[in-house]
Write a protein that binds this ligand. Sequence first.
Ligand SMILES: [Fe+2]
Ligand SMILES: [Fe+2]
Length: 207
Amino acid sequence: MTQENEKRLSIIREALPRFEEPQRIEHTLGVYRECLWMSKVFRLSEEEAYTVCAAALLHDIAKTLPLEKALLLAEKQGKTLKTDVPTVIHQYAGAMLALEEFGRELVNDEMLSAIACHTTGKAGMTMLDKMLFVADFTEAGRKYRSCLEFREYLHSGCEKINKNDKNARLRVLDDVAKRIVGYTITYLTEKGKKIDLAMIEAWNSMV
Ligand SMILES: [Fe+2]
Ligand SMILES: [Fe+2]
């Protein structure tokens, strides 16, 4: 990463305590480290690496934003929160808050796209969307059995593949993203919880 981009990332990193409690910052930094690892494994360009790492740092900044404030922010930006599932609102509000707080100097549209689908996925996710979506699940701080399994599958899957075969690694990423969507839908169904439409659309676009 260039010094300029390192500097841009540190501006965001240093601002995190304004938005997140220490425990959530731990998770955020875990997602950041997972995305940094992916940026090397998948040989991302400078701009892609910056984008996914900044998206990781920003992805949960609206996690505790009160609904009223999220609604005001959406109105200000001429957008809607697009969901009635409480746990999903922060992905849309997070993208809006990232732009509001950090501006175009630090934030780009690819980042906003990844932040806005990091919980649910969506139909036709880009490579960077999938990386953030997967990293949110496979970061090292997550201790659930399923997280450990998917992390192991992703890391050992990528390590087994020849360094030059980026496409084969991307297939592993696709596969893990699909498994996470499938697992989450099953989990929510078993718990009797709502499933956001974007997640169903993500699943349908992957099978
Ligand atoms: Fe989140
Ligand atoms: Fe997260």
